[in-house]
Ligand binder design. Sequence first.
Ligand SMILES: [Zn+2]
Ligand SMILES: [Zn+2]
Length: 432
Amino acid sequence: MNARVFLVLLLVAPLSFFMECTALSAQEPGEENWYKGNLHTHSLWSDGNDFPEMISKWYADRGYHFLALTDHNILSRGEKWMPVQTVENRGGKDALSNYQASFGDRVELRTADNGKMEVRLQPLDSYRGQLERPGKFLLMVGEEISDSVDGLPVHMNATNLTGLLRPVGGKTVREAMSNNLRAAIEQSRTSGQQILIHLNHPNFGWAITAEDMAFVTTERFFEVYNGHPGVNQLGNADHPPVERMWDIANTLRLDRLKKAPLFGLATDDSHNYHDSTGSTPGRGWVMVRANALTPDDILTSINAGDFYASSGVVLDRVEFDATTKTLQVEVDPEASEEYTIQFIGTLKDYDRTSKVREDAENKEIRATRIYSPDIGKVLKTVQGRQATYQLSGQEIFVRAVITSTAAHSNPSFAGQKKQAWTQPVGWESQIE
Ligand SMILES: [Zn+2]
Ligand SMILES: [Zn+2]
């Protein structure tokens, strides 16, 4: 399908399209192409601490199939030089020599007018030919549109864009989200090229509430897991964990707004590549079932919800049979690990009451409201490597989360276990 037609379909007729895609995604095991990718990565082009070629090589060497470098409000295009001193301040004394050891013939140095040595940050088009491998490794154009409203960070990643998208702003967080989405959709319409726009780390700076996520219905994607240690993945006393925000937002969308749900991605949001501290790579990724390793095929599958998010658990099978209304999950097990598979959803008779959060002086806090535990409740738990959930017809949606007994090898929060999150299913009859 041509990208333009696809996007129009996505905007105009999501119901029929998503139903069709869910049904079409049923394939025999072994015939599927699963591609592993990270869609949130920073380099020296903004506030990361390594060269884009080094970062790309890091991911390619570890079996990733695709990567988007998503620097803040900049595309890696054109000419950009950086003082070597800045590189060393960020990445340590060896950052440049390591780069020269790996990409020696490509490294460009010059002496600036002030007598200081500078190194060129290479644009994507100059190095992609050296790193990309057909069917094996793909670099996608990306940007983290880094907006803010009253000091609250509103960050959204755009993948596969054709030109820089400057933050548009807005009077409220929701307006800024909508405005940035509109700009991206407009660029996609004009260029005919699909763009994936996903909302980043909602709890970073406590900027985005579950209601914000629910009501900006042009957004279909967000980060259910972001590997940066500073993004408040687990929430706090006044803010729910990101995973619960997902269920609240999707319940509001499907039950009250009659709009399609958000799909969840896992990403690294990596900035630090030289030691084990900070926001290091490899913590979270998406697995996408696609026809081929091209930007268009990857985004078509993500748009259709044919992917899952992972922080370490790999699945052999994730299938929703729309006819029998059965969600089936099978883990690709690691030796000595056991798994808990939970099916999480909201039932149609859930308690719809909610209340605002208040501080000690009974003043309303800007935070997600307090909702009943009926929202996003555990509908079934299976200990083992495979599990099936048969929908009764009472579910607004159901999704699966798989948790290993093994600790995450490089946790972003204390006590983190390896996990995988599948997309919500069974919701099509809820939307207009
Ligand atoms: Zn961000
Ligand atoms: Zn980021």
